[in-house]
Design a protein around this ligand. Sequence first.
Ligand SMILES: [Zn+2]
Length: 157
Amino acid sequence: MNFFTTKEQSGDNCCTPQPKGKVVCPSCGQKAKGVLAKTLDALLTSSAKSSLSCLDGFYYCKTAECKTIYFREDQVLTQEHLSVVVGLKEGASPATLCYCFGWTKEKIQAELQATGATKALEDIKAKMENPGCSCEVLNPSGGCCLADVTKGIKELN
Ligand SMILES: [Zn+2]
């Protein structure tokens, strides 16, 4: 019997690379996080996509006052290049915080005014279990919204 295997799982590079580490936004100087090509593929307008040779290697700027949403070296993408409104940016309407389950600052504020509390976090956490979320292709950040929702509730309270 020979139990020797050469199973190598680490050499699988078929997927789009996630930019590693954090870099600084050229517009506001704040740290920005890498986003997957599939996030841009889902959220950019078709004309923005056709002007880019590929969608790899972009970073997402979450600074509210900064107009830059995605950047890659000297390429900058703003709201006009996206098919969804980026809720975390200043003046955004609707100010969507959770793209998977449709929680906006407006909805949370209405709930706070009506009942003094919001069940946004409970609702999101329950739905993350079932049916599950799709942050990678719905949320402009490409990631989980819970920190943004928590911060949004604090600001509105
Ligand atoms: Zn920025």
